[in-house]
Design a protein around this ligand. Structure first.
Ligand SMILES: [Cu+2]
Length: 167
């Protein structure tokens, strides 16, 4: 009888503990920390894009913003995030894709960092889901995505896009 009771206590404790661990891991890791690097220099040919008409039923639309490390030291990007839950962002370098990041506070913080060697190029890819806001989301949209960098002159960069969601 006493053994059974102890077993139950052990089981309950195990469940509570694993639940605690799950909750903890679900609350997200810590954001990446970046040190400014003299000689890292991000070059951004364009920071704005107009999708014009975006068909509500046409599926996600994407745009690639090219970036380049124009400096002499490694360029680091981290803490990518978007202004809204309808928008995702990731970094693409050749065939390599970073994880996809969403709206700050709505997705777990990530310590992911992307590195561009001197003269290396990459793309900041934005993905917009025109159905994310439902039929009420028809009409003009304006969103932005952002990233932190180790470029002392551009520690925070933003890319914006706009368009009109149409039926
Ligand atoms: Cu949105």
């Amino acid at each position: 009888m006493e053994k059974k009771f102890l077993l139950i206590i052990a089981l309950v404790t195990a469940v509570v503990l694993s639940g605690g661990v799950f909750l903890f891991s679900n609350s997200g890791g810590s954001a990446a920390r970046i040190e400014k690097t003299l000689g890292a220099q991000i070059q951004i040919p364009h920071k704005n894009f107009d999708f014009k008409d975006i068909k509500y039923n046409g599926g996600n639309v994407t745009h690639a913003f090219p970036i380049k490390n124009n400096g002499s030291k490694e360029l680091v990007l981290a803490n990518l995030s978007t202004s809204c839950m309808c928008t995702q962002v990731y970094l693409k370098k050749g065939d390599e894709k970073s994880p996809s990041f969403g709206m700050k506070g709505h997705s777990a913080a990530s310590d992911w960092k992307g590195v561009l060697m001197p003269k290396e190029e990459a793309e900041v890819i934005v993905v917009f889901d025109p159905t994310a806001h439902g039929p009420q989301g028809i009409g003009p949209v304006e969103r932005f995505v952002s990233a932190e960098t180790n470029d002392p002159d551009n520690p925070y960069v933003e890319f914006a896009f706009n368009g009109v969601v149409v039926k």
